[in-house]
Design a protein around this ligand. Structure first.
Ligand SMILES: [Zn+2]
Length: 201
C-alpha cells in the first residue's frame, strides 16, 4: 500500500476503534508499517474518533518524527519496539477497551475461553503497571511481543498493560483491529460467565 492509502487506512481503523467503544477521549493509538524503516502513527493529542489521514505522522523505528506537522503519539516508542521485535507485524493498535481494562487493572491475564479466541487470539498476558510513554514500557512490551513471534504466524497477538489498557498486533492493521475486538469480546465473556456464577478456571 502506498503512503496515502495507508494513511487513510490508519485513520479509518482508528475511527472504528473509537466508534465501537474500544477507547475513549484521546486515549489509544493505531499504527501501520510503511516500510522496513518507517511506520505511520496517530499524533499526540488527537482522538482516534476524528483523526484524518493527513493528521498522521511518519516515524522511524525509534519512534522519531520523519514527516508530518504534529508530534508523534507518546506511545510511538512502544509501537517501534513491537515492529522491531516482530518483523512480520504490519499493524499495531493500543486502546482502552472497558472490559479488558478491568482485567488490566486487576492484573488478570485473559484466557482463550471461546472458540474464536482460542483459534484467533490465544492467551493474552498482562505486564506490570509501567508509566505510559516511557522507554521502560516500550521495552517490556517489545519483550513480550518477541516471545509471541511464533503465534503471529497463525493469528493476531494481544497484550494487556497493567492499570492501563490493551495492545493488539497483527500482520496487517485489519488483523490487529480484529484482535482488539476479540480481546474485548473475550473479557466480556469471562465477566458474563462469572456473573452467572460460572467463571472459567
Ligand atoms: Zn493508553
Amino acid at each position: 500500500m502506498d503512503e496515502r492509502s495507508l494513511r487513510e487506512e490508519v485513520a479509518r481503523i482508528s475511527r472504528m476503534v473509537y466508534e465501537r467503544g474500544l477507547t475513549s477521549a484521546s486515549g489509544g493509538n493505531a499504527s501501520a508499517r510503511l516500510s522496513e524503516r518507517e511506520f505511520i502513527i496517530k499524533p499526540s493529542g488527537f482522538s482516534m474518533g476524528d483523526v484524518k489521514g493527513e493528521d498522521l505522522v511518519v516515524v522511524d523505528m525509534r519512534g522519531e518524527l520523519l514527516r508530518g506537522a504534529h508530534r508523534p503519539s507518546s506511545e510511538a516508542r512502544m509501537h517501534a519496539a513491537i515492529y522491531g521485535a516482530l518483523p512480520e507485524a504490519g499493524g499495531v493498535i493500543h486502546a482502552h477497551p472497558p472490559a479488558a481494562l478491568a482485567f488490566a487493572v486487576a492484573m488478570v491475564p485473559l484466557k482463550p475461553v471461546t472458540e474464536q479466541s482460542e483459534w484467533y487470539l490465544g492467551e493474552v498476558p498482562v505486564i506490570p503497571r509501567i508509566r505510559f510513554g516511557t522507554e521502560e514500557l516500550a521495552k517490556a512490551v517489545g519483550e513480550v511481543a518477541r516471545s509471541k513471534a511464533a503465534e503471529l504466524k497463525a493469528h493476531g497477538i494481544g497484550i494487556l498493560l497493567g492499570g492501563h489498557g490493551a495492545v493488539a498486533i497483527g500482520k496487517s492493521l485489519r488483523e490487529a483491529f480484529f484482535s482488539m475486538e476479540l480481546i474485548e469480546e473475550t473479557a466480556r465473556a469471562i465477566l458474563g460467565a462469572a456473573a452467572l456464577g460460572r467463571a472459567p478456571r
